[in-house]
Design a protein around this ligand. Sequence first.
Ligand SMILES: Nc1ncnc2c1ncn2[C@@H]1O[C@H](COP(=O)(O)OP(=O)(O)OP(=O)(O)O)[C@@H](O)[C@H]1O
Ligand SMILES: O=P(O)(O)OC[C@@]1(O)O[C@H](CO)[C@@H](O)[C@@H]1O
Length: 308
Amino acid sequence: MIYTLTLNPSIDYVVQVVDFKQGEINRVKKDYKYPGGKGINVSRVLNNLDIKTKTLGFIGGFTGEYIKNFLENEGVDTDFIATGGDSRINVKLKSNKETEINGAGPNITEDDLEKLFHKLEQLTSNDYLVLAGNIQKNLPRDIYAQIQKRYINNDVKVVVDTTGVGLTSTLVHKPFLIKPNNHELSEIFDVDINTTEEVIHYGKKLLEMGAENVIVSMASEGALLICNEGVYHGSAPKGKVKNSVGAGDSLIAGFLASYSKNPDIIEAFRWGVACGSSTAFSFDLCKKEEVERLLHEVKLIKSEDNIL
Ligand SMILES: Nc1ncnc2c1ncn2[C@@H]1O[C@H](COP(=O)(O)OP(=O)(O)OP(=O)(O)O)[C@@H](O)[C@H]1O
Ligand SMILES: O=P(O)(O)OC[C@@]1(O)O[C@H](CO)[C@@H](O)[C@@H]1O
């Protein structure tokens, strides 16, 4: 089973505004509400790809109810812990540019955390666990590393998608996969990263620091897979971007959907890139038919001496 953990779920309120003007009243052309948060997105895409998944995390209030009902209506299995306070609403503004305003989300109590740890202790060696997204202010920055070290069976394959110390502290526990984007990679090493060679150089450092597989996503430039089999670039298919929110989460879902059926890292990477792009070309997250259509457009090139 592929479990996903979203500590801080959201309703993503996606609004399309023609020519947004700051400081004025802007009228919405179209709007959509989706359950959001990185782990939840991974589970929604897995479900679209007919892969069994269960999504864990904390939800609260009327927004939490909305998130849970939406997921269950779609057929995504949920096992949330009810917490005080309303789950956050994240605004995704689509105009000439994409702008995001993400809420802080409610604080999580010690008791709620204990309930979560108890659930995580039930996972077995056949399971995957995706730890993804922002960590609430009142939780320790290294909570994902603590989960890896204390609360899960060593054989559970862990995927981590978060930023800064939240990510780097997990590396000593050897996550199966991490997926920073190129901006997050720059932040981790506090350097400017402008070339593919630089992405490969710093991606390899993450491998040396403990990650088993590293994917650095680069939006329309596709993604780089850095693993023991070598370094591969996956080109992103071309298309009209409608809403790229969740593209990175879709990449993880596509990768896991393929790998959990057939443990071929390179083929899984192709699925990941196709899912990411397919989501970027949709208002909502990607659907199976569209992903299958895009698969053959992902060109994989193996790097020779870090040059592509
Ligand atoms: N403009 C685009 N055109 C084509 N493919 C895209 C585009 N944006 C994203 N993708 C696809 O989605 C993948 C992940 O995108 P990106 O690097 O933006 O992830 P991210 O920053 O983690 O996104 P998010 O946090 O919104 O989930 C890319 O590797 C690519 O395959
Ligand atoms: O605030 P976080 O947890 O870093 O990111 C949350 C979020 O932006 O990530 C998802 C897209 O990846 C959205 O569904 C959600 O709104």
